[in-house]
Ligand binder design. Structure first.
Ligand SMILES: NC(=O)c1ccc[n+]([C@@H]2O[C@H](COP(=O)([O-])OP(=O)(O)OC[C@H]3O[C@@H](n4cnc5c(N)ncnc54)[C@H](O)[C@@H]3O)[C@@H](O)[C@H]2O)c1
Length: 308
């Protein structure tokens, strides 16, 4: 049955507002739920403000809106989770599980969850095989795994259509400040505005990365693909690896007067340095036809174009 409506939690965020545009452009009605106000008004969209921990508010949303599917993006990011671990647990883990129970009760399927390669530990190979055990040393990763596991349990025991993507660093002009991975967008903005920029990581620090528009497309394609295509508990995605030095050089080629320095901050530098450089996303290619479109150069071009 074709999807007519989708609830996007975190629908006013970096990924959520673009995913909402994408779905609306292909005729799918969007209900956006977020604690933050939208970055811009959208007349076509039902935007509901609320806390993802407010289960009664969510229940009345399901009663009134009957979304066909859920894309669950609301949550605290890496930096905010490390700073507020108990909030991170309540928002990212407990509230996610409550939302899955509601989606199941109201037959909203699929339920798509956005996890992260930050759920792997520091001692994994830089070139990460798909079946690597997840033992993160950060709260953010721990909350994401908890939800992955509960979703998988509901899928295998009760037939709930739980789907999970694990994203690497997402390069974005709208990168939220709570993410330790927000600096590439800020570096591009500084270079374009003729301002000096201090990278909060070492020159050699980098990790597996995707451009925002590839992430949005992956979420849409993954939500819309046939249930029979989903054969893995979760899918890792990857496009390219880059370091802060590579980004500085690429920007310097485009803006010869740009000046960069490296002032590593903790925990940001260690977190990023410990996350994988290259992730095997072969299962996503094979099972549901995933293919990234933006490599490193295309990403910087697109980012600078958006900042226009
Ligand atoms: N951006 C990345 O690099 C990246 C990488 C891997 C995974 N992810 C995941 O993708 C999802 C979306 O990320 P994003 O980049 O759009 O981040 P974002 O911060 O822009 O979006 C998250 C949204 O969740 C909302 N939110 C936070 N707490 C809430 C609460 N208590 N109740 C309701 N809403 C709440 C925020 O207001 C925000 O709009 C997140 O779950 C994140 O963990 C992002």
């Amino acid at each position: 049955m074709a999807l007519k409506s989708v609830l996007i939690t975190g629908g006013n965020g970096n990924l959520g507002h673009l995913l909402a545009d994408h779905f609306e452009n292909i005729g799918i009605r969007v209900i956006s739920f977020d604690i933050a106000q939208p970055q811009r008004p959208v007349a076509s969209r039902n935007i509901i403000t609320g806390d993802i921990r407010d289960i009664e508010k969510l229940r009345s949303l399901f009663d009134q809106e009957h979304p066909d599917a859920v894309v669950h993006l609301a949550g605290l990011l890496s930096g905010s989770s490390e700073a507020n671990p108990m909030d991170a647990w309540e928002i990212n883990a407990t509230a996610s599980v409550n939302l899955m129970q509601l989606a199941e009760q109201y037959n909203a399927a699929p339920f798509v969850f956005s996890s992260t390669v930050a759920s792997y530990g520091p001692d994994v190979p830089a070139d990460l095989p798909a079946e690597t055990p997840q033992w993160p040393q950060n709260v953010y990763g721990a909350t994401k795994i908890a939800t992955e596991r509960m979703g998988h349990w509901m899928k295998t025991k009760r037939g709930f259509d739980f789907r999970c993507l694990r994203f690497p660093m997402v390069i974005s002009p709208f990168a939220p400040s709570g993410a330790v991975t927000a600096y590439p967008g800020h570096a591009c903005f500084a270079a374009k505005s003729g301002k000096p920029f201090k990278f909060p990581v070492k020159a050699e620090t980098g990790m597996s990365t995707l451009y925002l528009m590839d992430v949005v497309r992956s979420l849409a394609e993954f939500t819309l693909c046939d249930k029979a295509c989903i054969k893995q508990p979760a899918y890792n995605l990857h496009a390219f690896h880059f370091t802060a030095a590579m980004l500085a050089k690429s920007l310097q080629n485009r803006f010869p007067d740009a000046t960069f320095s490296f002032n590593p901050q903790e925990p940001a530098n260690s977190m990023i340095a410990n996350w994988p450089d290259v992730v095997d996303d072969g299962h996503a290619h094979d099972d549901w036809g995933w293919k990234h479109q933006y490599g490193f150069d295309e990403t910087i071009d697109a980012l600078l174009e958006t900042l226009n």
